[in-house]
Design a protein around this ligand. Structure first.
Ligand SMILES: *Cc1c(COP(=O)(O)O)cnc(C)c1O
Length: 438
C-alpha cells in the first residue's frame, strides 16, 4: 500500500501499541487502513474501493451504513443511547425481545441480552449448570461438545471449542475438561451411515449422569473448520439430548439471521434447543450485542432453585442503542426478499467457485446459503491469497486452509461477480506461483 504520511503514522502507532485479533503486539503484519464503508464496498486508506467478502465476520448482512438502520440509530441516540438495565426497562429492549421470541424456534420464551457472542455462550453454559443445581443434581456439571466446534474466546467457551484446532489448546491444563464427541460427518446432503451419531450415543450412555449440556453449532461449524453437516444429525442430537436428559445448547451466533438459507439453522431440522445463543448479525453488524434465549422449563427450574436468580449482569446489557439497531436490522431483513437473495448468492457461488475444486492444491469447495468455502490442501497460502484478492479488488480473510466468503445479502450482482472473480484469480495465481517455486 502507498500510504500518505498521515496514514503511515497511524499505521506505525497501531503496530507499536495495538493488539488485533489473534495477533502479536508489536504486530509484525501491518494492518490495512480503512477510511470508510458503504454498502458492500470498503474504501481503503489509499482511496481504493474493494468489495467486502467477509461481512465483517458474518455480521453486516445488509452491507455497511444501510440508510434505514443509520436512521434508527440516529433517532435512538437523540433520545437515549444508554441506561442501566438493573431494575429499569425500555421500549427498545421490550420490542427486540418480542421479535426474537417470535422469529426463533417455538418455545424459546426467555431472553438474556449480552454484549458479545462469547458472553452469551458463557451465560448459556452458566444457566445449564445452574439448571442441574436447581434440580438437586449438581453432579451433572460437565459439558459435552462436538469436535471442530467454536464457541468463543472466554474461559468457559474455550473449554467447549475443539481441543486441538480450537486455538485454545495452550490453556488445556487450566480449563475444565469437557467431553468431546466426534465431529459430524461432513456434507449437508450426504447419505450417512450415522456412525457419528452412534459414537455420540455411546458417550451419552456412559456419561450422561455427569453431563449438564451439549453444545453445538447447528448445520455449519464456523471458525472450527467451516464444515457443513446434515439436518438429520441435528434432529437426532435433539432426540438424544431429550432421551439422555442433557440440555441442548444451539450456538446460532454465526448461523443466525438467514446466513444458511433459513432464518435460524435449527429450522433445517425443525427443532427447538433448550438454550440458544445469537450475536454477530443481530444488529446487522453495526454494534456489539448478543443474546441467550431459553425455554420456560429452563428458566422456571432456575427460579425455583437456589439462589433463584440467574447470576449474571453485564454493565451494558440491553444497551438501548444496540437494541434499536437490532430491531431495525431484523425488520429490514424480514421486509426484504432475503430468501430469494440468499438463493441467488448460493447459486452464484456454486457456479463460480465449484470449478476451483478441479485445481491441484484445492481439497474441497462447498457452498451453503450465502457461505462459500474453498478448502486448500496447504495451510500456508492464506496471506498470499488475501494479498492477491486485495489487488483484484476484494477483501477476504482466509485462515489456515480455508478461503471463505459470506457476502452481504444485498450485495449488487456486479460486486458479487467482482468478488468471485477476485477469489478465482487469487487462488489460481497463488497455486501456480507456488508450483513454479517448486
Ligand atoms: C463468533 C462466534 C462466537 C463468539 O462471538 P464473539 O462476539 O466473537 O464473542 C461464538 N460462537 C460462534 C459460533 C461464533 O461464530
Amino acid at each position: 500500500m502507498n500510504y500518505s504520511d498521515h496514514w503511515q503514522s497511524l499505521i506505525n502507532v497501531d503496530q507499536q501499541h495495538i493488539w488485533h485479533p489473534y495477533s502479536s503486539s508489536p504486530n509484525p503484519v501491518a494492518p490495512i487502513g480503512v477510511k470508510k464503508t458503504q454498502g458492500s464496498l470498503i474504501t481503503l486508506a489509499d482511496d481504493r474501493e474493494v468489495v467486502d467478502g467477509m461481512s465483517s465476520w458474518w455480521a453486516t448482512i445488509h452491507g455497511y451504513n444501510h440508510p434505514v438502520i443509520m436512521q434508527a440509530m440516529k433517532d435512538q441516540i437523540d433520545s437515549m443511547p444508554h441506561i442501566m438495565f438493573g431494575g429499569l426497562t425500555h421500549e427498545p429492549a421490550v420490542e427486540l425481545a418480542k421479535r426474537l421470541i417470535k422469529i426463533t424456534p417455538d418455545g424459546l420464551n426467555k431472553v438474556f441480552f449480552a454484549d458479545s457472542g462469547s458472553v452469551s455462550m458463557e451465560v448459556a453454559i452458566k444457566i445449564a449448570l445452574q439448571y442441574w443445581i436447581s434440580k438437586q443434581r449438581p453432579e451433572k456439571n460437565r459439558m459435552l461438545s462436538i469436535r471442530n466446534g467454536y464457541h468463543g474466546d472466554t474461559f468457559a467457551t474455550m473449554a467447549v471449542c475443539d481441543p486441538v484446532n480450537g486455538m485454545h489448546h495452550l490453556f488445556n491444563d487450566v480449563l475444565r475438561q469437557s467431553i468431546f464427541a466426534p465431529a459430524p460427518q461432513m456434507g449437508f446432503d450426504i447419505d450417512s451411515d450415522n456412525n457419528d451419531l452412534a459414537e455420540l450415543e455411546q458417550i451419552l450412555q456412559s456419561h450422561s449422569h455427569e453431563i449438564a449440556a451439549l453444545t453445538l453449532e447447528p448445520i455449519v461449524q464456523g471458525a472450527g473448520g467451516m464444515r457443513f453437516y446434515r439436518p438429520a444429525y441435528l434432529k437426532a442430537v435433539r432426540e438424544l439430548c431429550t432421551e439422555y436428559d442433557v440440555l441442548m445448547i444451539a450456538d446460532e451466533i454465526a448461523t443466525g439471521f438467514g446466513r444458511t438459507g433459513k432464518l435460524f439453522a435449527c429450522e433445517w431440522a425443525n427443532i427447538t434447543p433448550d438454550i440458544m445463543t445469537i450475536g454477530k448479525a443481530l444488529t446487522g453488524g453495526n454494534l456489539t450485542m448478543a443474546a441467550m434465549l431459553c425455554t420456560d422449563n429452563v428458566s422456571d427450574t432456575i427460579c425455583q432453585g437456589e439462589p433463584g436468580v440467574l447470576m449474571h449482569g453485564p454493565t451494558f446489557m440491553a444497551n438501548p442503542l444496540a437494541c434499536a439497531t437490532a430491531i431495525a436490522s431484523i425488520d429490514l431483513l424480514l421486509e426484504t426478499p432475503w430468501q430469494e437473495s440468499i438463493a441467488q448468492i448460493e447459486q452464484h457461488l456454486r457456479t463460480e467457485l465449484s470449478p476451483l475444486a478441479e485445481l491441484d492444491g484445492v481439497a474441497d469447495v462447498r457452498v451453503l446459503g450465502a457461505i462459500g468455502v474453498i478448502e486448500m490442501q496447504r495451510s500456508d497460502l492464506g496471506s498470499q491469497i488475501q494479498a492477491s484478492c486485495l489487488e483484484n479488488g476484494a477483501w477476504l480473510r482466509p485462515f489456515g486452509k480455508l478461503v471463505y466468503t459470506m457476502p452481504a445479502f444485498n450485495i449488487p450482482k456486479e460486486q458479487l461477480q467482482q468478488l468471485t472473480d477476485a477469489i478465482k484469480a487469487a487462488i489460481t495465481k497463488t497455486l501456480s506461483e507456488f508450483k513454479l517455486k517448486g
